[in-house]
Design a protein around this ligand. Structure first.
Ligand code: DC
Length: 213
């Protein structure tokens, strides 16, 4: 089963790149961050404290999440835009640090890939934990300044605030004990600073093609 794992910090361009790699390679695309964002949205709706591991874990085990391309359904409702709100972004790393949440999401991600026969999967722990046997593991990064500028270009805001938010999210994602953000030992590090998207995509597709020879 072909799996291209693309991990990396916030704002590195994972989503844009992963979608294009999926198109070029003919594999389906899975955005695992959208799954964590759905759990964060449900946590807000249920007025549960993001730090409450037990209750947030119960939410993660019971919500019905369906992620397909850029569309995300939460209990059947299309929440694709809602999960991109700044309120969700502010708590998603906190809820994603809970082991019961990660266990539930990991199983869903593995089932998704099994039922689709492979895919391009982007996230934080795909190459390290979710698919340790992935065909290709990419750790996509860029300088903090460039990541902040790119995020502002996509979603607006001012660079200083956006840079601070990204930095805070990366810190929580990297410092958690369960599957922290870090490159797998056999990951290919791709620093996209100064590269355009098509260059990054062709580097990744090139690595994938070379695994088929
Ligand atoms: O990729 P994103 O910005 O949509 O991810 C949102 C958050 O979800 C991110 O800050 C950490 C968490 N996440 C995670 O812990 N593991 C993943 N595989 C994907 C996302």
């Amino acid at each position: 089963m072909a799996v291209i794992a693309i991990d990396g910090p916030a704002g590195a361009g994972k989503s844009t790149v992963a979608k294009l790699v999926a198109e070029a390679s003919g594999l389906p695309y899975l955005d695992t961050g959208a799954m964590y964002r759905c759990v964060a949205l449900q946590t807000m709706r249920d007025s549960v404290e993001p730090s409450d591991q037990l209750q947030v874990g119960t939410i993660a085990e019971n919500v019905i999440i369906s992620v397909d391309g850029s569309r995300s359904l939460l209990n059947g409702e299309d929440v694709s835009d809602l999960i991109r709100s700044s309120e969700v972004a502010a708590i998603v790393s906190l809820i994603a640090a809970h082991t019961p949440v990660r266990t539930a999401m990991r199983h869903q991600q593995q089932r998704w890939i099994e039922s689709h026969g492979g895919g391009v999967v982007e996230g934080r722990d795909i190459g390290t934990v979710v698919f340790p046997d992935a065909s290709v593991k990419i750790f996509l990064t860029a300088s903090p300044e460039e990541r902040a500028v790119r995020r502002v270009g996509q979603s607006g805001g001012d660079v200083v605030t956006v840079a601070a938010n990204i930095e805070q999210r990366d810190r929580i994602d990297s410092e958690r004990t369960d599957s922290p953000l870090r490159p797998a030992s056999d990951a290919i590090i791709v620093d996209s600073t100064g590269l355009d998207i098509s260059q990054v995509v062709s580097i990744i597709v090139g690595h994938y093609e070379s695994t088929k020879r």
